[in-house]
Ligand binder design. Sequence first.
Ligand code: RP5
Length: 162
Amino acid sequence: MAKVSVIMGSRSDLATMQNAVDMLKEFQISYEVKVISAHRTPHSMVEYAKEAKRNGIQVIIAGAGGAAHLPGMVAAMTTLPVIGVPVQSKALNGLDSLLSIVQMPGGIPVATVAIGTAGAKNAGILAAQIVGLQDEAVAKRLQEYRHKQTQTVLDDALIEVC
Ligand code: RP5
């Protein structure tokens, strides 16, 4: 059963959202990936959001671009934590996506990450951190990931000695 759901407004978002999926793979967390659009398939979105918790999902990562309603609309229909990924749009470089997702009125939170691939990657890690609160094996993998990341930077720190 999937613990993390990765949804996106369009197949064109997949290249970005794959970065979240890659992190879930890294931490060996079960996931499902689906295209669900707030404006093109609104009824499926409502159904999916309402059933997600009952279906064993613990965290929803929702990516969308432009007038990016998906994360906020999904968050309105579930008490599961929702992480919003602003996909980089062509017209406004993702600033539209970011503002659409981050500016939720008080009462319905969406944990919004950075625009584009870095944001999607962080969404995957953040979802793992949430799952890791109750899953020791995932928490351990997160510790190892951090340790390796730090070590890589330290090993590569020396730029020049003259
Ligand atoms: C949004 O519109 C999607 O999340 C996507 O980022 C954007 C463009 O979608 P397509 O026209 O490429 O399907 O709903």
